[in-house]
Write a protein that binds this ligand. Structure first.
Ligand SMILES: NC(=O)c1ccc[n+]([C@@H]2O[C@H](COP(=O)([O-])OP(=O)(O)OC[C@H]3O[C@@H](n4cnc5c(N)ncnc54)[C@H](O)[C@@H]3O)[C@@H](O)[C@H]2O)c1
Ligand SMILES: [Zn+2]
Ligand SMILES: [Zn+2]
Length: 379
């Protein structure tokens, strides 16, 4: 079959790879009809990780079941399903507590598994014609038959639940104000989810015009951090107080404000200043234990200079980590089915798999409006 293969820094290619096959009675093989490129894929694409050439990318996968193992009980060939990016067992201590992003058995030595991701286990990615889904009764979410709302449903694999998770980590409640740093797919989904949860005022901070425009279209207040301090701009619009809650949807690739260089702790520190005393921060943006490309020796060891003193002084709470997709995906699916959520506004491009190389390049440069790309392997 054809798949998106990592060749080395800033290079992917669509190549022939081995077809996946059933390896365990609870596996299924899914014929992938939609698979999205993620900001997390860019970390590997840019050569910032230990990802070796040859890895097949793709953890945001939707398709139709082609083949089921003998032990599969709740799924049949022909079912349309979307898979959480987390590969999880369903029976370990963390899975039974709903913390499927931290499954203890699918990737021993590291909490949590995922498809097509460095250090996240042996699960081949789904930017391909087919993908193997382990523990399929647990790791598939059934969708209505047909092809309707495909671009909404594919976002249930990661970014819609992840944006929602940012709100859960920050404990966003009705009537509260929320500052979201990052207007990428995760940030836009975090802002959208904040509104679904009844936030009164939502700010989205970025510098990419198309992304700020999408934020405005969904009713958020766009804040361009190249036009002056984001903290000051948000404070001015919250009576000088700052917001109740804040979400980091940028992670360690944060751009320094006012200068053209990376400054990994920038967003964390800006959030500490943006959120009012006793508020809370949700951090779905990714931070890593090691960043070989980090700007200094400490950053290379994953150690960042964060204003912990201010965090404590203000009595701020902070939640971090991978999204436990399964915790929210059924409910978010039903909002889509009932027409109460339409997350696909974030999708800027739908392309055949063969155009993956260009799509990665443009999404990575954040040019030509590339905000979220969905690939269709059988188009
Ligand atoms: N926790 C999870 O489970 C999970 C899941 C998916 C993605 N992620 C992470 O979420 C983050 C965002 O993902 P994405 O797909 O939206 O990526 P993205 O790279 O497309 O978006 C990041 C956005 O942040 C903006 N940005 C950069 N520096 C900034 C700053 N200082 N202030 C404000 N905005 C700034 C960029 O212009 C960009 O638009 C990444 O770190 C990704 O790895 C986490
Ligand atoms: Zn993703
Ligand atoms: Zn588990």
């Amino acid at each position: 079959m054809r798949a998106v293969v990592y060749k080395g820094p800033f290079e992917v290619a669509v190549e022939q790879v081995e077809d996946p096959r059933i390896q365990h009675p609870n596996d299924v093989i899914v014929r992938v009809t939609s698979t999205a490129i993620c900001g997390s894929d860019l970390h590997m694409y840019e050569g910032r990780t230990a990802a070796e050439p040859g890895i097949v990318f793709g953890h945001e996968n939707l398709g139709v079941i082609e083949e089921t193992g003998d032990g599969v009980t709740s799924l049949s060939s022909g079912d349309r399903v979307v898979m959480p990016f987390n590969v999880a067992c369903g029976f370990c201590r963390n899975c039974t507590a709903g913390l499927t992003g931290f499954c203890l058995t699918v990737n021993p030595g590291f909490a949590g598994g995922a498809y097509g991701y460095v250090a996240m286990g042996p699960y081949v990615g789904g930017q391909a014609e087919y993908v193997r889904v382990p523990s399929a009764d647990f790791n598939c979410l059934k969708l209505p038959e047909g092809t309707e709302k495909e671009t909404d449903f594919v976002l249930l694999a990661d970014i819609f639940p992840t944006g929602y998770h940012g709100n859960e980590l920050a404990d966003v409640r009705p009537g509260e104000s929320v500052a979201v740093y990052g207007g990428g797919p995760v940030g836009l989904m975090a802002a959208y989810s904040a509104m679904l949860r009844g936030a009164s005022k939502v700010f989205v901070v970025d510098r990419v015009a198309e992304r700020l425009q999408k934020a405005e279209e969904i009713g958020a207040v766009p804040i361009n951090f190249t036009e002056g301090s984001a903290v000051d701009q948000i404070r001015e619009q919250t009576g000088g107080e700052g917001t109740d809650k804040g979400i980091d949807a940028v992670g360690y690739q944060a751009q320094a404000h006012g200068e053209d260089r990376e400054e990994p702790a920038t967003v964390l520190n800006q959030l500490v200043e943006t959120v009012r005393p006793t508020g809370a921060l949700g951090v779905p943006g990714l931070y890593v234990p090691r960043d070989p490309g980090g700007p200094d020796d400490q950053a290379k060891q994953g150690m960042l200079v964060v204003a912990v003193g201010r965090l404590f002084e203000k009595g701020l709470r902070m939640g971090t980590g991978q999204c436990n997709v399964k915790r929210y995906n059924r409910q978010l699916r039903d909002l889509i089915i009932e027409g109460r959520a339409t997350p696909s506004f974030v999708v800027s491009h739908e392309l055949p798999l063969d155009q993956a190389s260009t799509a990665y390049e443009k999404f990575d440069k954040r040019i030509e409006g590339y905000t979220k790309v969905v690939l269709h392997p059988h188009a």
